[in-house]
Design a protein around this ligand. Structure first.
Ligand SMILES: [Zn+2]
Length: 463
């Protein structure tokens, strides 16, 4: 009997071992040991945790022990003493405008645009300018933990090629504007250009092509409607600046007897994939329109403060369940692309503007930079949180600096003390773009040298 029992026990043990070996699935990469902020529906935090990646996708999130026992990893990243979180999503920028960083500061939006930025762009913007500027912006984003960004600029195919080469994800909109610009003599040319570009990049694994009608005050009705129709026909996002300044509201009231939002609603502009940047000067009725039309709103606190445009009613948007994300805007009005700063300033601005310190707590600011941003871009089923089945877009952040010590709450630290420079690892679509602050997909020295050389041409152009 005893021998029989021992034999049975041995068989049972062998079968368990066999099952375990069988069950160990392949993983191309495991990130293990850090505090994992999932941003899933319950905002689960695993401390410590681990993320298993196979190819382009997250296949599992769990404790280090469970992931180690379930996966055979080809590569491992040790994230001990770090925080692991979804890559940050910048819902509004003009990447190549990093080339205008610090060129004209301390001005109001309309002065800044009309006296400096539009003339500088008329002289300086070229495919080469956009390529070099976007590469510099891509480098800055990889180094500061942004994995997806929404862009509105000219020669957008150059933005798309540079971004795909850098390995970042982008929702990249070809700008359409009423006056002659470097890549289009007329708005009709701009729309035709946008269509050609959308056809070329539709279906790309990293690039979502989009059309970007600049704003209601820089476009006539026919072009606004044409851009919206283009978005519907190709089922691509439509990116626009909306209700950024009080001047814009005055223009809309004088020319159309409506708010900017009310005017766009009246011409049938809004579709389910519209992304509206700023949304500062909106009425309660405007907020209801944006909610009804499923428009995503990109809040840009730093740009709004620097240009003194005002403050967006963030708490009202949140209460109305409008999809709300964060953006840096172009570097000429920020002056960097650091989404950690955007989170911090979003929290601070909401508090001071409502005189309520409970407005936009740290968790809400982090939501806006991750899953909220994904929702704004219509991508919340594929990115924005660390969950099995989503694309593997994630970052690891060091928490060992003096200013980060001690750490009681990782979410508080991410929003209130962390900087872009603290990011150690940036992973997009399962590919490691930066590890231990070494960027792998671009030659850092070349990117910076080319940008410095181009800056001389920019200086000459604006003199
Ligand atoms: Zn902008």
């Amino acid at each position: 009997m005893r021998a029989h029992h021992a034999a049975v026990a041995a068989i049972v043990l062998l079968s368990i071992a066999g099952l375990a070996a069988q069950a160990r699935r392949p993983a191309s990469l495991v990130v293990i040991g850090g505090t994992v902020i999932t941003e899933n529906s319950t905002r689960q935090v695993l401390s410590p945790g681990a993320v298993a990646i196979q190819g382009t996708d997250i296949v599992d999130v769990g404790t280090p022990e469970s992931i180690a026992s379930r996966y055979n990893a080809t590569a491992t990243i040790d994230a001990r003493d770090q925080v692991v979180l979804p890559g940050l999503i910048n819902t509004h920028t003009h990447a190549a405008m990093v080339m205008f960083r610090g060129l004209a500061d301390d001005l109001a939006l309309m002065d800044w645009l009309q006296k400096y930025i539009f003339p500088a762009e008329a002289k300086a913007v070229s495919p080469e300018f956009v390529r070099i500027g976007t590469r510099l912006a891509n480098l800055e984003m990889i180094e500061s933990g942004t994995t997806t960004f929404a862009d509105m600029y000219y020669f957008e195919e150059e933005v798309a090629k540079a971004t795909r080469d850098a390995g970042l994800r982008g929702v990249l909109g070809q700008t359409v504007i009423q006056f002659p610009v470097a890549d289009a003599k007329t708005p009709a040319d701009g729309l035709a250009r946008a269509e050609t570009y959308i056809k070329a990049f539709k279906g790309d694994s990293l690039i979502v092509p989009a059309v970007a009608p600049h704003a209601m005050y820089t476009l006539d009705r026919a072009t606004l409607v044409g851009a919206a129709e283009l978005g519907r026909r190709y089922e691509v996002p439509v990116l626009i600046h909306l209700a950024e300044t009080e001047d814009e509201v005055k223009t809309a009231r004088t020319d159309h007897q409506a708010t900017p939002t009310g005017y766009l609603e009246s011409i049938g502009f809004f579709g389910p994939r519209t992304v509206a940047a700023h949304g500062v000067w909106v009425t309660d009725e405007d907020i209801q329109i944006l909610k009804r039309r499923n428009v995503g709103v990109s809040h840009n606190p730093e740009s709004n403060m620097k240009l003194a445009s005002g403050f967006a009613p963030v708490t009202k948007y949140l209460a109305a369940d409008v999809a709300l994300g964060l953006g840096t805007d172009g570097a000429a009005s920020n002056n960097d692309l650091d989404m950690f700063e955007a989170m911090r300033q979003a929290a601070f601005l909401a508090k001071v503007s409502t005189r309520d310190p409970t407005a936009v707590p740290a968790q809400t600011a982090l939501d806006m930079a991750t899953i909220g941003g994904a929702r704004v871009l219509g991508m919340d089923r594929t990115i924005g949180s660390l969950e099995p089945g989503k694309r593997a877009d994630l970052i690891t952040v060091s928490m060992s600096a003096a200013r980060q010590t001690p750490m009681y709450d990782a979410v508080s630290h991410l929003v209130y003390v962390t900087r872009g420079d603290d990011v150690r690892t940036t992973i997009v679509n399962g590919k490691v773009l930066m590890q231990n602050r070494q960027v792998r997909t671009m030659n850092r020295g070349d990117v910076i040298a080319q940008a410095k050389a181009l800056a001389q041409k920019v200086r000459d152009a604006v003199q």
